[in-house]
Ligand binder design. Sequence first.
Ligand SMILES: [Zn+2]
Length: 181
Amino acid sequence: MSLLCAHCNKPHGRRAAYVNRAAKCGLPLYCDRRCAGLARRTEKPPLAVRRALKREYDIKYRLENREYIRERKREDYQAHRDPVKERRIRKANMARHVAYCRKYYQDPKRKAFKVAYDKYYKAKLLYGDNYWAECHVLLVKLEKAVRELEPNKYERAKARGYYGNGRTTQERKRNAKISRW
Ligand SMILES: [Zn+2]
């Protein structure tokens, strides 16, 4: 039987049995082995496209496996670190670092930012990265505002009804007398 190659469109001959089987299974027929191979080949996208795809994949992978990657990095660092070398580098950098810190904190804008940052950093250490940390920061702020409004501790305690509530024996006796009348 004469038919056309599914890859190069060249006419070629095949036995009827081959053609019938291919039609039954829905398979293409090629003129020779070379065409069959070429037809199976999948064209790779250009290098730039492949790099872009890999980049996208890496970003997704790092986001999804952040903890796993960090754990592995931590283990790798602990396995290969050299404390002596680290100490030497730290010492060599110390003077420069101290000068940098001094300069950094001379800028009032930067200092305010750092103070605010540290506040949240400490709150997050205590309460984790959730809204309780935010609550803690707000509470501290509120308490500071209250203390500024009334610096006297005795006055503050009086205002919230600390005294006269049966805290001392004298108060309890007085309260008992009042309730009897
Ligand atoms: Zn062919």
